[in-house]
Design a protein around this ligand. Structure first.
Ligand code: HPA
Length: 287
């Protein structure tokens, strides 16, 4: 298994080379990109007229280290809408630099993508959330960012966007409304939430004290991804929709015997993957 390079490599020229390499190999010009979270990669199976690029074949692209993660970029049509789908994402906890984690998003921008849909598995911090709920992300808390781990730290290339991008509108209001409408149409209304996602680095699940802090911070869900990609996407002007699948409940009580674990996360994504896929598939046609 490859040991990921911690070197930053997301310069404009690097990303442009990768994007240009892809553009000469596919006729597709997707306006929508989708990043599939843990266990949610089956979304790519619904894509028609597929053109698949394993990450290791794409010049400059990072490669996946997690066993069982497909690690490929899938171009094609979802309900007749051209899109590009990342099957397997890069997590900071795998040892990639925060700039490498966001490399694909900048490539999407250079491919002409305008809308980014990110999905993830997350722990429910809000006590009223149930395992299996789908949460439309309304806002995020960038905990790694509080500690200096932002993909925008370092030299700013204005071709990607401004030095100090606004994040108060990170999750597009119209897309959120559309997602909620579509969820109701697709019979997902009974397990739909809208809330705040907090990113932690992981790979440990939270202690009880940490989960209690997150609750007091105003987080509704916690996970180990998404926020760096959203920050990079917003800097270069992509519209963003984020969807979290609540795969487990954060443990906030010292008398509880529950323990978060990766098997539970994957089991829940397995149960709800179809609902999430249906939601995204119908949503894409309305964007
Ligand atoms: N914490 C952090 N990340 C997660 C969790 C969790 O409880 N569940 C799925 N991803």
């Amino acid at each position: 298994m490859e040991v990921p390079s911690c070197q930053s490599r997301s310069s404009y020229d690097d990303c442009k080379k990768t994007a240009d390499w892809l553009l000469v190999r596919t006729k597709q010009r997707p306006r929508v990109a989708i990043i599939c979270g843990s266990g949610l990669g089956a979304l790519a199976d619904l894509i028609d007229d597929k053109m698949v690029f394993p990450y290791q074949d794409i010049p400059g692209f990072p490669t996946s280290t997690v066993a069982g993660h497909a690690g490929q970029l899938v171009f094609g049509k979802l309900q007749d809408r051209e899109c590009v789908c990342m099957e397997g994402r890069f997590h900071y906890y795998e040892g990639y630099s925060i700039h490498t984690v966001t490399y694909p998003v900048r490539v999407f921008f250079l491919l002409g993508v305008e809308t980014l849909i990110v999905t993830n598995a997350a722990g429910g911090v809000n006590g009223s959330y149930n395992v299996g709920d789908i949460m439309v992300i309304k806002d995020h808390i960038n905990l790694p960012g509080f500690c200096g781990q932002s993909p925008l730290v370092g030299h700013n290339d204005d071709r990607f966007g401004v030095r100090f991008p606004c994040m108060s509108d990170a999750y597009d209001r119209n897309l959120r409304t559309l997602a909620i409408q579509t969820a109701h149409e697709q019979n997902c209304g009974g397990f739909l939430q809208e809330g705040v996602y907090c990113m932690v680095v992981g790979p440990t699940f939270e202690t009880i004290a940490e989960s209690n802090i997150l609750q007091r911070f105003g987080a509704d869900a916690v996970g180990m991804s998404t926020v760096p990609e959203v920050v990079a996407a917003r800097q270069c002007g992509l519209r963003v929709l984020g969807l979290s699948l609540i795969t487990n409940k954060a443990v906030t009580d010292y008398d509880s015997n529950e323990k978060a674990n990766h098997e539970e996360v994957l089991a829940t994504t397995g149960l709800r993957a179809r609902d999430l896929q249906r939601l995204v598939r119908h949503l894409v046609t309305k964007i």
